[in-house]
Design a binder for this molecule. Structure first.
Ligand SMILES: CC(C)(COP(=O)(O)OP(=O)(O)OC[C@H]1O[C@@H](n2cnc3c(N)ncnc32)[C@H](O)[C@@H]1OP(=O)(O)O)[C@@H](O)C(=O)NCCC(=O)NCCS
Length: 156
């Protein structure tokens, strides 16, 4: 059975994250961040990046930002050949566990209305709290609504 391990990484360890970023996101939607966008977010206070590995090999990442007792899951991605093995669920659990230790009470995220990741978030206990019309602009000029989902950080 494969072992998933997760660690928080710094700005000098971005290579595996950028490789997963390039492979994971559908280029049609323009949702992948560039290295400079990722770096400029990572240097802000309250931002952290978790890298998941399967048997030591980089498999997925989560980028999070906490402000006061609320946090946002900014990006979550798993390499295509590592999917459906629980990596994303493990990254969400890790984010919730870290928030619990940092007095975080809620975790929010935005997801494109037609992204199958919505099933993952429902499975992880997120609920729908809003819809933002025309929030995403695809590279083909199409616009897509975002759903805002939220999860309460349960006490341990
Ligand atoms: C969405 C994504 C992060 C899921 O990663 P993953 O590691 O495969 O997810 P998990 O294995 O933890 O999935 C756990 C459960 O979530 C649900 N789920 C995950 N991906 C799903 C999909 N594509 N369609 C339907 N349900 C899905 C299933 O219930 C799954 O359990 P199962 O495999 O036993 O059926 C991955 O597909 C990805 O990187 N997608 C591209 C980037 C993206 O859209 N990120 C989210 C928006 S920022």
């Amino acid at each position: 059975m494969s072992a998933i391990s997760i660690t928080e990484i710094g700005i000098d360890e971005l290579d595996p994250v950028m490789a997963i970023m390039a492979a994971a996101f559908d280029p049609g939607y323009g949702e992948a961040w560039t290295e400079s966008q990722t770096l400029s977010m990572l240097v802000l206070p309250g931002v952290w990046l978790s890298l998941a590995r399967i048997d030591g090999r980089p498999a997925g990442f989560a980028l999070n930002r906490q402000i006061a007792d609320e946090a946002e899951l900014l990006l979550l991605a798993v390499a295509p050949d590592c999917r459906r093995q629980g990596v994303a669920l493990a990254l969400i659990d890790r984010t919730l566990a870290l928030l619990r230790n940092r007095n975080g009470h809620r975790l929010h995220l935005e997801v494109r209305h037609n992204n199958p990741a919505i099933e993952l978030y429902k499975r992880a206990g997120f609920t729908l709290i809003g819809r933002r019309p025309g929030y995403y602009h695809g590279i083909d000029g199409q616009i897509h609504d975002a759903l805002t989902l939220s999860s309460v950080v349960q006490p341990a």
